[in-house]
Design a protein around this ligand. Structure first.
Ligand code: ATP
Ligand code: MG
Length: 445
């Protein structure tokens, strides 16, 4: 077959130089898969028959970073990009379901491709030899199929992270997971217990923000529940409420796929109703209620994200979105200002995005009214932004110095006067106007 891969100049140069020195070298892995699929590769990796020291010597020009030499990897910096150049290798035994005890360098590329996780990732290419495909990776790209190279049980027990990688590739590429590989994933999901929080989190985000997350999330909640057991009660939890036609997990998955594909919104969607099973009550008409669930969801979201070593900014914003997702004040300027004072200007539209997705994933016969209400909130938000009204201290027409000039010296007192003024402006009892505010400040003091 004649597939031509359009490699970046730097990659051609690296491969060309290694070949001129008598070694064989290929671009390998995800970059070939993505190129064949017409996707833009996130990075280009090179594999070569040269040993790390030989790679260093052959490429010993612009910038070389000598990390990972033990595992055969030399990082080359060309034109502002890093390229990993790794010696053909096979992995020794895995004793901890994660790290090979040792790696052996080999001379045949087939051996190197056989250690790679999935057939679609076990592809290599250079201009001279064309595509190297020993495991029918191209066939699987055509079939849109994630399939382990070799025996799935063995491959997952070597490295449990591959289980999450399978899910995230299925989500990112819109592929199905081949039956044997899929059965093995369900069977071996517990191996994720051996994987570090950081790696799990990074794969989880890629899965959630993938193009095709819905079927993956619907089929593999058992896998996610290994490292987020808090998910388990949502699965199949019937809501018994006229607003809802789906159980909590199905609803959650729909909200995830309806919000835009950004990290915080997708995480917020994942967690927004996670507290529902704990808040469930049934009234005497047999209708289910979930009073207080957003606060419970926020606490769970906080705990899970901390455990997964997520950064604080993410934890904070996701928590805000989760806590406020079900707030439904009458659509009036003062209520929007109050909401804005909690979310901040940047997060408010994200909250509206989450609310829209949440509504779309509920009973469709009630959707129109819900969307109109959210549109109204957003309209008011836009006009508030353009007006001179205030919903944070930055926009308030007086500042700390003004309060000091009225004779207040205590820092905490200054803060509480400003906050009181802001509250009055938010509630519409005062205009955001300097004279009025100074006069009111005098009264408060
Ligand atoms: P992307 O970079 O788009 O996330 P990728 O397929 O390039 O996807 P990387 O994590 O960059 O994934 O890894 C590069 C290649 O290394 C993979 O395509 C695969 O061949 C191999 N690989 C990576 N991680 C593993 C693993 N855990 N087990 C086996 N092979 C792996
Ligand atoms: Mg890559």
């Amino acid at each position: 077959m004649d597939i031509k891969i359009d490699m970046p100049e730097s990659v051609k140069r690296i491969i060309g130089t290694l070949c001129e020195n008598g070694y064989s070298a290929y671009a390998v892995g995800g970059c070939i898969r993505d190129s064949i699929m017409g996707r833009i590769p996130s990075d280009w990796d090179v594999c070569t028959s040269s040993l790390p020291e030989e790679t260093l010597k052959a490429l010993d020009k612009p910038n070389i970073i000598k990390n990972g030499m033990k595992h055969g990897t030399v990082t080359v910096r060309y034109d502002g990009n890093n390229y990993e150049v790794t010696t053909f290798r096979t992995d020794g035994e895995y004793l901890d379901n994660r790290h090979p005890e040792n790696v052996s360098f080999v001379t045949d590329i087939k051996d190197d491709l056989s250690r790679r996780d999935f057939t679609v990732n076990a592809l290599a290419y250079n201009d001279k030899d064309g595509i190297i495909d020993h495991f029918d990776g191209i066939g699987d790209i055509r079939r849109k199929m994630i399939r382990c190279v070799g025996d799935p049980d063995k491959r997952f027990s070597e490295d449990g992270l591959r289980i999450m990688r399978a899910l995230r590739f299925a989500s990112q590429l819109g592929f199905a997971i081949e039956k044997n590989t899929s059965d093995s994933i369900h069977r071996n999901a517990h191996l994720l217990n051996n994987i570090s929080a950081e790696r799990l989190m990074s794969e989880l985000i890629k899965l959630l923000t993938g193009e095709n997350a819905e079927p993956v999330l619907m089929e593999y909640p058992d896998v996610l529940s290994v490292f987020i057991p808090e998910i388990r009660p949502m699965i199949g939890f019937e809501q018994k409420n006229p607003h809802h036609i789906y159980d909590v997990w199905t609803h959650t998955v729909k909200v995830i796929t309806y919000v835009e594909k950004t990290k915080n919104l997708r995480l917020a969607a994942l967690f927004h109703d996670i507290g529902k099973p704990y808040a469930f009550t049934l009234d005497n008409k047999g209708i289910g209620h979930f009073k207080g669930h957003p606060d419970i969801s926020e606490r769970i979201s906080d705990r899970v994200l901390k455990r997964l070593k997520c950064d604080n900014n993410t934890i904070y914003e996701v928590g805000q979105l989760v806590r406020l997702h079900d707030t439904r004040p009458p659509a009036e300027p003062k209520n929007v200002r109050r909401l804005l004072s909690k979310t901040g200007v940047k997060c408010f539209p994200k909250l509206m995005e989450l609310k829209r997705a949440d509504a779309k994933a509920q009973n469709p016969t009630l959707l129109k009214d819900k969307l109109e209400y959210i549109d109204k909130l957003e309209e008011i938000y836009n006009s508030e932004l353009k007006s001179n009204s205030a919903f944070d201290l930055k926009r308030l027409a007086v500042n700390g110095r003004d309060i000091i000039s009225l004779g207040v010296t205590d820092g905490r007192m200054i803060g509480s006067v400003l906050n009181k003024l802001l509250e009055l402006v938010i509630d519409g009892e005062l205009e955001n106007n300097r004279e009025q505010l100074l006069e009111a400040a005098g009264r408060i003091i």
